[in-house]
Design a protein around this ligand. Structure first.
Ligand SMILES: [Zn+2]
Length: 94
């Protein structure tokens, strides 16, 4: 794949430099990251996402035993209900 070379103004030394289109490309003059703001933004997003995922996971861990028990009871009651309906139908049909 051919990367388009672009001229861009370095945000640090304000000189024109080549940008290959990569996130981690550095300025030819001062060797600073050209996309530092974008990298910071992405890292902040990633951190935010991880914090949210951890919080969601913690919440899930907290709820899980209760929900598992509850869904176990619900399916037992449901199966019992279906079985008694079948039993009633069979009894009345006979
Ligand atoms: Zn520079």
């Amino acid at each position: 794949m051919l990367m388009a070379k672009r001229e861009t103004k370095c945000p640090h030394c304000k000189q024109w430099t080549e940008w290959q289109g990569g996130l981690y490309d550095c300025c030819l003059h001062c060797n600073e990251l050209l996309e530092k703001e974008e990298i910071n933004r992405l890292q902040a997003l990633e951190t935010q996402r991880r914090i949210e995922a951890e919080a969601a996971q913690a919440l899930l861990d907290q709820q899980n035993p209760f929900l598992r028990k509850l869904s176990g009871y619900v399916s037992l009651i449901f199966i019992g209900f279906i079985l008694s309906v079948i039993a009633v139908v069979v009894l009345f049909a006979a």
